[in-house]
Design a protein around this ligand. Sequence first.
Ligand SMILES: Cc1cc2nc3c(=O)[nH]c(=O)nc-3n(C[C@H](O)[C@H](O)[C@H](O)COP(=O)(O)O)c2cc1C
Length: 335
Amino acid sequence: MNLQIGSLTLNGRAVLAPMAGAGDRAFREICARLGAAYTVSEMVSAKALEFGDRKTRELMELGDAARPAAIQIFGSEPDVMARAAEKAMAFSPDAVDINMGCPAPKITGPGAGSALMRNPQLCGELVAAVAAAVPVPVTVKIRAGWDEKSVNAAEVAAACESAGAAAVAVHARTRSQMYAPPADWDIIRKVKQAVRIPVIGNGDVTGAQSAAQMLEQTGCDAVMVGRAALGNPWIFRQINSYLTESCRIVPPPGVYERMLVMVRHIDLMCRYKGERRAMNEARKHVAWYLKGLRGAAGFRRRAGQLESRAQLDALVRDVLAAQEPPEGPEAENSL
Ligand SMILES: Cc1cc2nc3c(=O)[nH]c(=O)nc-3n(C[C@H](O)[C@H](O)[C@H](O)COP(=O)(O)O)c2cc1C
């Protein structure tokens, strides 16, 4: 089940997608512990990296627990991106990833993110400049294309491969589709046919079966999971078991395990960001972890007001008290 990305070996086929505002160091570590074979940082502005402010440095901090790991950078000027990648090396990433998929106007306006899909030659120049600046593999994350009239992921992937990219992740939607319509995995298959480097398929993997389907339908080498991992980092364990143990379906975690991992996750956030900021950012994660539990609507409202770690303990106690008494081995777990 190993996958080779340049000099880097991934021990599995399910990787965590970069997610600005959600995929911070704490979450990446939790996902890696639960089986993500590779993690990618939140996107970091190449321009901001030149000035190296505290926020930008924090985005790049990498613990060993989340490795192998890439730092993702965005920008549109090869020399600026090369300098940024060089600076990012201070944080010892195992790879540097170039963002060619972000649809947000503040990123595409200056020509970065998915705006790069309109200029395959520039994509190649960016890869070449960054690859010349760093000793680790350089990867790219692209979309299907800019819009429905210009679906050119295969062409962009080939340009990046020729320029030295070690792998390509394909989010199977165009920029104009943002995140809404179902991803069209066929574009992943086309990219796979167009290049020899590993192709990582992305878009709408929601569980072990859809991961296996994407691998089979497209021939891609690994799947990248984004939204379905939020509040559900067990998805990596489930995909791994399904793929390596003859389609074994690992049941979803019970409420005790859910709360235990959630608390560990939020504790890591507190450690890395300080309690005040962490608890503010933790609100959305806690709400995701609570999804589907008995009384979730009310508990999620409480999650939206969390201000301290002590309030989280109180919330967890009330959540557990409101659930059915657990049966079997889970009953022996406790916080
Ligand atoms: C909250 C959020 C933040 C994201 N931030 C980034 C990012 O920083 N860099 C990037 O390349 N993609 C980013 N993406 C896109 C995801 O990596 C992924 O391509 C997309 O969510 C589709 O995969 P999914 O269907 O598994 O969620 C983000 C997506 C979400 C939902």
